[in-house]
Design a binder for this molecule. Structure first.
Ligand code: PGA
Length: 256
């Protein structure tokens, strides 16, 4: 397989791993001789409490570290939230926004997800914005309408454009997350191609440099076939990013 110019492999640890387990992960990754390369953007979205620890260890290996969420306001009465300035203070510059678990369990809406993304981009963050349909919506042939509804509030960024260096989209069908039932490479590519053409049309400029990551039961077994597709520029990986050996395999496959 011809290596793509730039591949992104980001893990999403969700609410997993304590401090000592985080240290163990990086100890093993170091022992496995993890090596970063210019063509690979490897990173992990870790729980808030592990951000500083993971960053100190990740920096040595060339693994980027990001937060799993952040608020649109810079400070204020928002109990339980984390702000951009607080993340910048501990040198975190990457953030995941609008993950389906935030939408499903914590009341994140199209508007609040977009509001977070827009504010954090303004504050200089790298944002990975998640979208995806659930099983009922896919079965009712509503996938594209659902994705369009999730993307639409980003139109507020039209004047500024979407900076491919700091903005990416993760397409994660909810029915594929944590189920072992990944979308097929063809299903994922079809949707990614639609997302790209929608963005091109709506933003009135080519988004060919913008990275579109696929997420949902990605493993070392299915990643290679997904990455062969022209509009799949990387993966957002939950379960398979929690083990250092499989995270390493994912990164190696991305480079092969
Ligand atoms: P999964 O999770 O790889 O365990 O399916 C993906 C995600 O939720 O980002």
């Amino acid at each position: 397989m011809t290596p793509k110019k730039y591949v992104r492999i980001w893990g999403n640890w969700k609410m997993n791993l304590t401090g000592p387990e985080t240290d163990q992960f990086f100890d093993s990754l170091t022992a496995l001789k993890f090596e970063s390369r210019a063509e690979l953007d490897a990173g992990l979205f870790v729980p808030t409490l592990q951000l500083e620890r993971a960053l100190a260890r990740g920096m040595k290996l060339g693994v980027n570290i990001g937060a799993q969420n952040a608020h649109w306001e810079k400070s204020g009465a928002f109990t339980g939230e984390t702000s951009g300035p607080q993340l910048l203070d501990v040198k975190i510059r990457h953030v995941l926004i609008g993950h389906s678990e935030r939408r499903q369990f914590f009341g994140e809406t199209e508007e609040t997800a977009a509001r977070r993304a827009i504010s954090l981009l303004d504050q200089g963050f790298h944002v990975l914005f998640c979208i995806g349909e659930n099983r009922t919506e896919r079965e009712a042939n509503q996938t594209l309408q659902v994705l369009e509804k999730q993307l639409m509030p980003l139109l507020a960024l039209k004047g500024k454009g979407l900076d491919p260096a700091r903005f990416g989209i993760a397409y994660e069908p909810v029915w594929a997350i944590g189920t072992g039932l990944s979308a097929t490479p063809e299903q994922a590519e079809e949707t990614h191609a639609w997302i790209r053409s929608w963005l091109d049309k709506t933003f009135g400029a080519s988004t060919s440099a913008l990275s579109l990551l696929y997420g949902g039961s990605v493993t070392p077994q299915n990643l290679g076939a997904l990455l062969k597709k022209p509009n799949i520029n990387g993966a957002l990986v939950g379960g398979a990013s929690l083990k250092p050996d499989s995270f390493l395999s994912l990164c190696q496959i991305a480079l092969s």
